[in-house]
Design a protein around this ligand. Sequence first.
Ligand code: FMN
Length: 457
Amino acid sequence: MTDPNKKQIILAAYVGGVNEHTLWEAPGAGSQIEFDTFRHVAQTAERGKFDYFFLAEGLAVRQHGDDFFDHDIVGRPDTLPVLASIAAVTEHIGLVGTINSTFNEPFELAREFASLDHLSGGRAGWNVVTSFDAFTGANFRKGGYLDRDQRYQRAEETVRTVKELWDSWPEDAIVADKASGTFIRDASVGAFEHHGQQFDISGRFTVPRSPQGRPVIVQAGVSPDGRNFAAANADLIFSPFRDREAAAAFHADINKRVVKWGRQRGDVKIVPSVNFVLADSTAEAREKEAEIRQQTFTPKTVRVLAEQIWNRDLSDFDLESEIPPVEPDLESGRFVNGRTYHTDRNTDVAQLREYSQAHGGLGLRDVFIATRGRSDFVGTPAEVAQALDDFVQEDASDGFVVGNSVVPSGLDEFVDSVVPLLQERGSLREDYDGTTLRSNLGIPVPERGSTTPAIYA
Ligand SMILES: Cc1cc2nc3c(=O)[nH]c(=O)nc-3n(C[C@H](O)[C@H](O)[C@H](O)COP(=O)(O)O)c2cc1C
């Protein structure tokens, strides 16, 4: 039974594509691109009454020297066809896709998500990202990679324009009266006009108002600009803050910004990305988690991560037994093409050396195993259910985007063992109460024509 005195936990199932957290060689791991993989995760999540199924987006293949990461190719199919196919084999679960706002036109985005909303009966959501892969822009004729303020300027106007397009059809525009031969009530439906800094467009929008009116808007990005953009424009934030203290600080900060931008506290739900390890006893779960870290940091992965930090070829060094005794290359262009490097390379290397020395001269691989890639919720199902519940009730978040290192079968045990305990605790629905993603999330449909404050205007 849901308990009216408790916050209800939002749950999403995450398929992020293959990266160093995905144990693609594990016995339970399947293809990262075949339909059955996505179907399995989505249907399992729906069995667990999750709010939505969630896909990340990677638009460029990461490169390492002259080599590329084969993982990226087999783990990043295009988001929208996957979600549309999943709409056909699920009934209730929301379908949220990550799409970059720099490289797409509002007209295309509005059409795609409104169409998904129609096909799924009101279950579509768009995770608006601006991307941290600077080299992504090289794939596109227009847009390129923009500075952060420009990226968010474009994101804001893109989202505003998309909402205008979604709102261009009134709910009652289609009459479809066979007797009189009247299909559309008023010949002006769908008319739009937007004249802004980024877009100067006018015409007729081609997709009638969709079941949610406006599909759910999600955001991921944590700079002050990203936070303001989300606070003013989004319904939900996909957050990277999984540590309780950092998550609570982020939750409080976002809610302050939400109020600053004229909305109500709680209008923007925050869901961090988390993973879990379950076993019959705490000790067993910890052992299993340590084993996963051993498997995660394969020699190949360690070398790529190290070369990303050092920004140079490290093939002459034995990373099993030493920390490379060379300094990072601060001058050359990026040796590993992937995520923009945000922290200071010298500081990162100094910290790795310090940890190694403090622990009897560990090699780099063991330092990574000891310090990185820890799972967030480790224990028995009862321990994990309690920890998840406390996290939400104490306002560190409003729910979780749950991922697992084994795709697609990793989610099964969570749904079979943790979900019933959350339901028993009164923090998770026993069945879907709404028919749309918005109604299940408790996020009302904004009034047609309503606007959000413009931060970058
Ligand atoms: C939790 C999280 C997930 C993200 N997922 C994606 C993604 O799937 N694809 C992508 O291109 N960018 C993704 N991003 C990148 C963000 O869109 C953003 O560009 C990046 O965090 C830098 O933004 P910031 O300057 O506001 O921090 C993600 C960011 C976060 C924090």
